[in-house]
Design a protein around this ligand. Structure first.
Ligand SMILES: Cc1cc2nc3c(=O)[nH]c(=O)nc-3n(C[C@H](O)[C@H](O)[C@H](O)COP(=O)(O)OP(=O)(O)OC[C@H]3O[C@@H](n4cnc5c(N)ncnc54)[C@H](O)[C@@H]3O)c2cc1C
Length: 288
């Protein structure tokens, strides 16, 4: 609970230009002297009990809850306020939809999935949440609205720079992902029980043309404070035939590139070993 909350704002787009409501939200966030933050599903924010937060701007009225797929262009647009439940239930039109649905499903119970948003998950970028890792391997772009207008930022860069990008202030309005039917995606996780949070996870995307890997993506979770992309593993596969040996060699590189901390779910050594195993399994699924 936010014990020092003094103001609740819900700018609404109904009957107005959507941009006007967005501008209201940005103006509220930019006010000096009163710490104002964005409220999406509230799943993380309300649990944070942050005593410095004095005002929230609820995004629910901004019409950011649309999930659309332009099949001809292979372009998926996920509004920031689309819930995990909506993404998990999305019509499974493409391998990309299936990956995102699988990743969105891995979160608590239905109450939490109905509340927590995709934009919230992208901003929080929890290390063992499969959704941010899936967004990384899809080359998702984050759509930001700021007082200087809209801009798109690669999700990998957003994760690294999100504090500065959002402080401007800016609001995540959605995510944009381009896909094609030639790319296969996979998500591998290990957890204490099927319903427990993953300890370690690997998401992969692989495109193969004429026997050669034309695009490889690998992201790991549970091995660092935020999900990590593995560019050197990707580079080791691109341009090569994705044989079992090539994938095993590339996945083995993971071990030297991570230094996971341990916790009650698994030691650092266990996480490192599992990261290699899950990376190999996820990348192998793209070979067929
Ligand atoms: C396996 C797993 C592990 C997880 N581990 C964690 C964890 O360790 N810690 C954790 O906090 N959550 C964790 N989560 C939960 C998840 O990352 C978030 O709770 C949830 O997705 C946040 O969504 P929300 O809509 O409720 O965001 P909110 O709680 O409303 O907001 C979260 C934060 O993001 C900001 N924000 C949200 N939306 C926007 C936007 N559109 N534009 C700008 N800023 C925005 C808010 O200001 C706030 O700072 C985990 C999830 C899974 C599946």
């Amino acid at each position: 609970m936010l014990l020092n909350l003094r103001e609740y704002h819900r700018p609404a787009a109904e009957g107005r230009e959507p941009q006007a409501a967005l501008a209201d939200a940005l103006a509220l966030l930019a006010r000096p002297g009163i710490r104002t933050v964005v409220l999406a599903g509230g799943d993380t924010l309300l649990a944070s009990a942050d005593p410095t937060i004095e005002a929230v701007v609820d995004l629910q009225g901004l019409g950011l809850d649309q999930l659309t797929f332009e099949s001809e262009r292979g372009l998926l647009h996920i509004g920031a306020l689309v819930t995990r439940a909506t993404l998990a239930a999305a019509e499974e039109a493409t391998p990309l939809h299936r990956l995102l649905a699988q990743a969105a499903r891995r979160w608590g119970g239905s109450v939490q999935r109905n509340r927590a948003t995709v934009g919230g998950a992208a901003v929080v970028a929890a290390d063992n949440d499969p959704l941010p890792a899936a967004l990384l391997v899809c080359d998702a772009e984050i759509l930001l609205a700021g007082r200087d207008g809209p801009r798109a930022v690669p999700y990998a860069r957003f994760i690294d720079q999100r504090a500065a990008l959002l402080a401007a202030p800016a609001i995540v309005t959605g995510l944009r992902i381009a896909t094609d039917r030639a790319t296969t995606y996979a998500l591998e996780t290990v957890a204490r029980t099927p319903s427990d949070a993953p300890i370690v996870l690997a998401a992969a995307a692989l495109a193969v043309h004429a026997g050669r890997c034309t695009r490889a993506r690998l992201a790991l979770g549970g091995v660092a404070p935020a999900p990590l992309r593995m560019p050197s593993v990707e580079a080791a596969l691109e341009g090569r035939a994705p044989t079992a040996a090539a994938i095993a060699d590339a996945a083995a590189q993971v071990a030297a590139q991570i230094a996971p901390a341990g916790d009650f779910r698994g030691s650092g050594e266990y996480r490192r070993e599992m990261a290699v195993v899950l990376a190999r399994r996820a990348l192998s699924q793209g070979r067929s």
